[in-house]
Ligand binder design. Sequence first.
Ligand SMILES: [Zn+2]
Length: 93
Amino acid sequence: MINIREYVIDLDISNGDSKRMNCPICNGYKTFTVTNNMGKVLWNCYKVTCSLSGSSKVRLYKKEKMIYLLYYLSMLCLIKIDGRQTPSALNGV
Ligand SMILES: [Zn+2]
């Protein structure tokens, strides 16, 4: 029995990507899918007789972390700009 968690993490699927491949357990042809969703890797085999599925957290790569951080910061900025809108009555002061 292989360590499926290690196997999946070793596939090195980058964030947002997914892979469809032969199942390492039942050898089903392309029945095994792996998806990386924000550093959480989910795997599942579609073969009825094979109940292989699970999930594991993996570390985000530096680049992906930066993109996420930038996205997060830009969201914060948008909120800030919205909050800073001055009422029109103050414009004449
Ligand atoms: Zn399988």
